[in-house]
Design a binder for this molecule. Structure first.
Ligand code: FES
Length: 152
């Protein structure tokens, strides 16, 4: 993947057709490892290192949970909504008479990135570091390490 910075600050991560074909790619955005997924007509971008312990989300499976696509971290199966970066867990409300576990949000844990498609190219917006997320710790930690094992 060739990375260029566009005049308006967006980072080119690949060709639309290529990402649709491969369904996922990884790229460096401001030095951070970012994964871009294509799923049912949409692109999603997030930090590729899981907020829990830095697991490789780019190697995870995607599952639909309550109608939202989520990435399941291959290390300890944490579930992260692709669209929002929310960490999801199954919990029981002890006040319910017959409790069945429901998916609940822990809040936004994984940093997500805005994706722009223009002229068949896919761009990711640089992170707004004035807001911080749990995944920033691992994004920083892996910044200066070598390339990801999986390029496409
Ligand atoms: S590192 Fe992702 S679930 Fe633990």
């Amino acid at each position: 993947v060739q990375i260029e910075t566009e005049p308006d600050g967006l980072v080119l991560v690949g060709k639309e057709d290529d990402i649709i074909k491969s369904q996922r790619i990884t790229a460096k955005v401001n030095g951070r490892e970012v994964v871009v997924f294509y799923r049912e007509g949409r692109f999603y971008a997030l930090d590729s290192r899981c907020y829990h312990e830095g697991g490789p989300l780019h190697l995870g499976e995607i599952e639909d949970i309550n109608g939202q696509p989520c990435i399941i971290c291959p290390w300890h199966k944490y579930t992260i909504a692709l669209e929002t970066g929310e960490g999801l867990y199954q919990g029981v409300n002890p006040l319910e008479p017959s409790p069945t576990p429901q998916w609940q949000s822990k809040g936004v844990k994984q940093r997500i990135y805005k994706v722009t498609v223009q002229n068949k190219n896919v761009y990711v917006s640089p992170p707004d570091l004035s807001v911080s997320f749990d995944s920033d710790y691992f994004a920083e930690k892996y910044k200066n390490e070598g390339d990801l094992a999986m390029k496409k």
